[in-house]
Design a protein around this ligand. Structure first.
Ligand code: NDP
Length: 397
C-alpha cells in the first residue's frame, strides 16, 4: 500500500518498525534512518527478512533530510527522533511533498516549553501544499486524544470534566531510570504543573497537587497533576470542557532521585564549560543513565493509561472511563522493548496506517482528535493495545 520513512532508532522507533514490518500489506517498504546508522542496522537485523532498509541522517540538517526523502521517495515520514527535530522534518516534508507524523510537540532546545504554536504555524503551508501532518500520535498524546474523540462521538453530547490518568506500575529493577528519552522526560516532569479550569490555565508548583488514584488490576497509586501537551489541543477542540487535567504516577524513590538531580544542577539545559568544552548537564546525565530502550529485559508489571470523563448525554450527567493496560513483559516478548516504548510506537504505526489507507488524510496540520477515531480504535484492539470501557462508574476525580 505505501512506503514509510521512520526517523529515530530509539526505543519507540524499534517498536514502530517492528509493528510496520508485521503488516506487509500496509507498509510495503520501510526505511529506518537515524543519527547512528549502526542502531538502525541492529534493529533491522533483529526483524530480519530484509523488511527494513536503513540510512544515516542528521534530522537537524534539512538539506540532508530532503536528499534522503528524494532518494527513498516515501508516502509518509514518521518522526520518532526527538521533539527538537520536529520543525526541521516538517520543513523537509514540505519541500519534498510528503506527509508527516510525530508523537511529541516541538520544543526549543534552550527552553523546556511545551506548546503547539510552532507546529500550528505550519497549518497554511501544509494546506496550500495539499499535505497532511498528524501531530502527537503516541499514547499520550495520541491514544488519550483519540479516546476523548471517541467518547465525544459515541457517548456524550457535551464533555465537561476530563482527567487523563497515566500509571506506570512497572519495576525495571534499576534505582533510577526514565522510560523514554531521559532528557525529554526530565524536562517534562520537572516543569510547573498546569491544568485547564473555567476557561483559563491554572499553574501549580511541580507536583503540588497529588492524591491516590485507583488503577485497574494495579490498585491505588499516588498520582500527580502535571502539564501534558495534549491538554492544549483538547481544550481547544472540545470547548465545552470546564476542566481538563493530566495525572501521572511517580514512586517516592523516583521523586527523591529527581529532587537530587535538580538540586545538584544535573537537570540544567543551559550549556556549561567542562574541561575546556561546552556540555549541557542534562545531556551528560542522559549519557550515564540507563538507555530506556534497554530496560525491557527484566521489566515486570504493567502500565495503565486512560481517560476519565464526566459530561452530559441526553440531558443527563454520566461518567465514562476508557483505558488500556499494557504488560512490560508482553511488550518485551514481542519487540524487545519495554511497555512505554511499546505504548508509544504501536499508535504511531497505526497513525501511519490510517494515512496510507486514506482514512486520516486531509490538507493541513492536525492533532489526532481531529480525525475519525473509529478505525484507529479498531486497530488498537487488533495490534496489541486493547481498550476497556466502563460507563457510569465512580471515576474518583
Ligand atoms: P530515544 O532517545 O530512545 O531515541 C531517539 C532516537 O532519535 C535516537 O536513536 C537518536 O539517535 C535519534 N536522534 C536524535 N537526534 C537526532 C537527529 N538530529 N537526527 C537523527 N536522529 C536523531 O527516545 P525514545 O525512543 O524514548 O523517544 C522517541 C520520541 O518519542 C521522543 O520524541 C519522545 O518525546 C516521544 N515519546 C512520545 C510519547 C507519547 O506517548 N506521545 C511517550 C514516549 C516518548 P542516537 O541514538 O544516534 O542519538
Amino acid at each position: 500500500m505505501g512506503k514509510v520513512l521512520v526517523i529515530g532508532a530509539g526505543g519507540v522507533g524499534t517498536v514502530v518498525v517492528h509493528k510496520m514490518a508485521s503488516l506487509p500489506g500496509v507498509f510495503t517498504e520501510i526505511m529506518l534512518a537515524s543519527r547512528t546508522k549502526a542502531k538502525c542496522d541492529a534493529i533491522a537485523a533483529k526483524i530480519g527478512g530484509g523488511r527494513v532498509q536503513t540510512a544515516q541522517v542528521d534530522a537537524d540538517d534539512v538539506p540532508q533530510l530532503v536528499k534522503l526523502i528524494r532518494t527513498f521517495n516515501p508516502d509518509i515520514v514518521v518522526n520518532v527522533a526527538l521533539p527538537y527535530q520536529d520543525l526541521h522534518i516538517m520543513d523537509a516534508c514540505l519541500e519534498t511533498g510528503v506527509a508527516y507524523l510525530d508523537t511529541a510537540n516541538y520544543e526549543p532546545l534552550d527552553e523546556a516549553k511545551y506548546e503547539y504554536s510552532w507546529q500550528w504555524a505550519y497549518i497554511d503551508r501544509f494546506k496550500k501544499a495539499g499535505l497532511t501532518a498528524i501531530l502527537g500520535c503516541g499514547f499520550d498524546p495520541g491514544v488519550t486524544s483519540v479516546y476523548t474523540a471517541y467518547a465525544a462521538k459515541h457517548h456524550f453530547d457535551e464533555l465537561h470534566y476530563l482527567d487523563i490518568v497515566d500509571c506506570n506500575a512497572g519495576d525495571h529493577g534499576k534505582p533510577f531510570a526514565t522510560n523514554f528519552n531521559p532528557e525529554i522526560n526530565i524536562r517534562e516532569v520537572t516543569q510547573n504543573g498546569k491544568y485547564w479550569e473555567d476557561g483559563k490555565w491554572i499553574t501549580t508548583k511541580p507536583h503540588e497537587i497529588h492524591r491516590p488514584v485507583n488503577y485497574p488490576n494495579i490498585g491505588p497509586k499516588e498520582s500527580y497533576v502535571i502539564y501534558h501537551e495534549e491538554l492544549e489541543s483538547l481544550v481547544k477542540n472540545y470547548p465545552t470542557l470546564k476542566r481538563a487535567r493530566f495525572w501521572m504516577t511517580f514512586g517516592q524513590e523516583y521523586l527523591t532521585h529527581l529532587r537530587v538531580i535538580q538540586n545538584i544542577g544535573m537537570a540544567g539545559i543551559i550549556p556549561i564549560m567542562y574541561e575546556g568544552r561546552e556540555i549541557v548537564p542534562i545531556q551528560f546525565l542522559k549519557a550515564v543513565l540507563p538507555n530506556p530502550g534497554d530496560l525491557g529485559e527484566n521489566y515486570t508489571g504493567q502500565t495503565s493509561i486512560g481517560c476519565r470523563i464526566r459530561g452530559l448525554k441526553d440531558g443527563k450527567e454520566k461518567t465514562y472511563y476508557v483505558f488500556n493496560n499494557c504488560s512490560h513483559e508482553a511488550a518485551y516478548a514481542e519487540t524487545g522493548t519495554q511497555g512505554v516504548s511499546y505504548t508509544t510506537g504501536v499508535p504511531a504505526a497505526i497513525g501511519a496506517m490510517m494515512y496510507l489507507q486514506g482514512l486520516w488524510k486531509k490538507p493541513g496540520v492536525f492533532n489526532v482528535e481531529e480525525f475519525d477515531p473509529d478505525p484507529f480504535m479498531a486497530e488498537l484492539n487488533k495490534l496489541g493495545l486493547p481498550w476497556v470501557e466502563q460507563h457510569n462508574v465512580d471515576i474518583e476525580l
